[in-house]
Design a protein around this ligand. Structure first.
Ligand SMILES: Nc1ncnc2c1ncn2[C@@H]1O[C@H](COP(=O)(O)OP(=O)(O)O)[C@@H](O)[C@H]1O
Ligand SMILES: O=C(CO)[C@H](O)[C@H](O)COP(=O)(O)O
Length: 568
């Protein structure tokens, strides 16, 4: 049959990347990154300049097609592989990244009538402005004793689909009315590629409260939220929901021409970035926690039984690998916290010193931070710069650092921030274990393990677990290519199951990060203090973070109204 290939496209928060992979061994032959031209839209809308309120995060759907237009032909060119030998293409995406479309599948934000309305745009996973809706839908679900609620750790996040849909209905009923379908961006891109609309069971299960046997929550539940939502699952969330690895279709004539591929190329149904990463690192059995570490962290784990674990994003049967219960937990900001620090809080002298040393600012701070022992900075931080996804599921929580003095140095704060994110991960591991879900090994993938060795060592020390690191720069894209190989099938040079594909295509590096017993002991004490702060500020001991946020929101809304009134 000759050598066959598949392409995986990973849609991250800031860019999309395509990887062309050899199917027999998982060799990554070529890769290419396309930064999103409109980036994350969190201050004002393109063209109209309409200002956005705090906690908004939008994207431009055209940017996703730009990734296909640029990165797919680029990997074909670089590799010299014939498109005849590319048997499949798959994608993975951030989630829940959702958008409203009309009956032709056109995003409402691309229509002149709606483009000045922020609610017509793609709401990115980290759009956190639907927290009020999330609070109400959780309270009503708890009151009614909805049996699906424990599967989501007792709380649905404002990042997920139903809270975002309800926010649109509340704040822009005209957009809700005009919407034919609310789609995950991953399903929309597949729809554009194939001309066929299908939903994937992964995003439906984790982000839209859908269950393989029970379907969506009942009409009565949605009616209890808001009578206008009673039929939402049969109308705007309708569509067939198919398992991961299913072939959604083949490429349309236009898409094949745009990407330089054959129309016959099999297209796998959409997937989620973190979920695709699990087979991407070769994990197809229980007890191995996969950390997809980048802007945020997603923690993915397979189990043989369905357990209720506090603050999980969800446990979904077959949600990651068929035959297992897939657990997902996460931290809404990790790399994003470090980025905030280097962009907003590092003094000029540190940036100059980094430049003089010929180093990036992250690398300079990492070198400085590595010269401290655990506990030596005198600082302890809570990692809630973008809220808390697990285990508290509360996007209204904010960041905190304790222990500043007049002598505190930027590299000490950097270290405290790295440590805070590791403590957040430890809290999640503890939640799994205390509910009977085993965590025996850690696997890391994503951008951070390649960028920051100190961070990885701190994670090993704080968790007291050895960490294996993916031997791929683009693990989710590799995983997406594996699902593409499954969609193509073994008769075309692909695979019959994702387990077979992972066995041949996934790799981890030989070098691992091993816990240092001396550091483990000190971090154990620091972690106990982290837990006290976590519970005090996160479980109602002191609501100061929420009060501050409310005052801020009121002041911003006031300023926006004043500006609108004066025509500024
Ligand atoms: N040397 C570094 N140490 C720690 N974080 C870094 C470093 N360089 C970049 N970052 C952070 O990595 C994040 C991007 O991660 P990456 O995995 O590449 O992207 P994505 O999350 O979009 O998939 C950014 O938030 C950035 O601040
Ligand atoms: O919640 C998710 C997956 O379920 C998001 O996709 C994720 O948190 C964003 O990923 P990244 O930090 O890699 O951009």
């Amino acid at each position: 049959m000759g050598t066959k290939y598949a392409i995986g496209v990973d849609y991250g928060t800031q860019s999309g990347r395509a990887v062309l992979v050899e199917l027999s061994n998982g060799r990554e032959v070529a890769d290419h990154v396309t930064p999103y031209p409109h980036q994350v839209i969190d201050e004002e809308l393109p063209e109209s300049g309409i200002k956005l309120e705090p906690d908004w995060a939008l994207q431009h759907p055209g940017d996703y097609l730009e990734v296909l237009r640029q990165s797919v032909p680029a990997v074909i060119r670089q590799s010299g592989v014939s498109p005849d030998d590319v048997v499949g293409i798959g994608i993975d995406f951030t989630a829940c990244t959702m958008l409203p479309v009309n009956s032709e599948g056109t995003p409402l934000c691309l229509l002149p009538a709606y483009k000045s309305n922020p609610h017509s745009w793609v709401k990115l996973w980290k759009h956190h402005a639907a927290q009020d809706e999330a609070n109400r839908l959780n309270a009503i679900a708890a009151e009614r004793g909805e049996k699906w609620l424990p599967r989501y750790g007792g709380k649905i996040s404002s990042e997920w689909m139903i809270a975002k849909v309800w926010q649109i209905l509340n704040e822009a009923p005209e957009i809700y009315e005009e919407t034919d379908l609310f789609l995950e961006a991953t399903d929309w891109v597949i729809y554009q590629m194939t001309g066929r609309f299908v939903r994937n069971s992964c995003t439906a299960g984790y982000k839209s409260i859908w269950h393989k046997r029970d379907g969506y929550p009942s009409q009565d539940y949605f009616r209890a939220l808001d009578p206008r939502l009673a039929n939402v699952t049969e109308t705007k969330l309708r569509g067939s929901i198919v398992p991961l690895g299913t072939m959604a279709g083949t490429l349309t004539t236009e898409m094949a021409a745009m990407m330089g591929l054959r129309e016959s190329t099999a297209v796998a149904v959409g997937n989620v970035d973190a979920h695709a990463a699990v087979p991407g690192v070769g994990v197809v059995t229980t007890g191995k926690l996969v950390m997809a570490m980048g802007t945020s962290i997603c923690h993915m784990l397979l189990g043989e039984t369905e357990r209720q674990v506090e603050g999980m994003c969800g446990v979904v049967e077959d949600g990651i690998i068929p035959g297992f219960y897939g657990y997902e937990a996460g931290q809404s900001a990790v790399g994003d916290i470090f980025e905030w620090f280097v962009e907003e809080a590092v003094p000029a002298y540190a940036k100059e010193a980094a430049e003089q040393a010929g180093m990036g600012i992250h690398e300079w701070l990492e070198r400085g931070a590595a010269s401290y022992k655990p506990g030596q900075t005198g600082l302890l931080a809570l990692d809630w710069w973008n809220g808390n996804r697990s285990v508290l599921v509360d996007t209204d929580l904010t960041g905190l650092i304790v222990g500043y003095s007049l002598l505190t140095k930027p590299e000490e704060v950097y270290r405290a921030l790295l440590e805070a994110t590791a403590f957040g991960t430890r809290k999640i591991i503890d939640a799994f274990r205390s509910n009977g879900v085993q965590v025996e090994e850690l696997y890391a993938c994503g951008g951070l393990p390649q960028k920051n060795r100190l961070l990885m060592q701190i994670y090993a020390d704080v968790t007291n677990l050895e960490i294996k690191v993916a031997d791929s720069k683009q693990t989710p894209a590799l995983g997406a290519a594996m699902f593409a190989a499954v969609a193509a099938g073994s008769e075309n040079g692909g695979y019959d199951s994702i387990i077979d594909a992972a066995a041949s295509m996934a790799r981890v590096r030989e070098e691992t990060f091993k816990p240092n017993p001396e550091n483990v002991a000190i971090y154990e004490s620091l972690y106990q203090e982290y837990v006290k702060l976590h519970d005090y500020f996160g479980r109602g001991g002191n609501d100061v973070m929420k009060k501050l946020k409310n005052w801020k929101e009121a002041a911003v809304a006031d300023a926006l109204n004043t500006a609108a009134g004066s025509g500024i």
